[in-house]
Design a protein around this ligand. Structure first.
Ligand code: FES
Length: 102
């Protein structure tokens, strides 16, 4: 256990660790309320979820909503920055793939 990981019972902001479930390209992924969609995906072991037109793998780069490397389609809305989007139970994430011609 990380020395920086604080259990929900001792968390001064009142975190309650309620679970949530999202789908990523139809695969069920579990998360916790308060996480962003990017952290839900990273906690699931994913380091990237988009392929750039150059073929490079992209996921979280800045983590603060500036670079747009982490975009995906969420509930049918394209180009959502997953590092800024709080995860909600039932969210449907679809990985975006773009070629150099798009
Ligand atoms: S990681 Fe840079 S905008 Fe999301």
């Amino acid at each position: 256990m990380s020395p920086r990981l604080i259990g929900a019972a001792g968390d001064s902001v009142g975190r309650d660790d309620r679970g949530l479930v999202v789908t990523v390209d139809g695969t069920t992924v579990a998360g916790v309320h308060g996480q962003t969609l990017a952290t839900v995906l990273m906690a699931d072991g994913r380091s990237h979820w988009r392929t750039a037109p150059t073929g490079g793998q992209r996921g979280v780069f800045c983590g603060i909503g500036v670079c747009f490397d982490c975009v995906a389609t969420v509930n049918g809305v394209p180009d959502v920055r997953l590092c800024r989007r709080p995860a909600r139970d039932g969210d449907r994430v679809t990985i975006q793939h773009r070629s150099a011609a798009q």
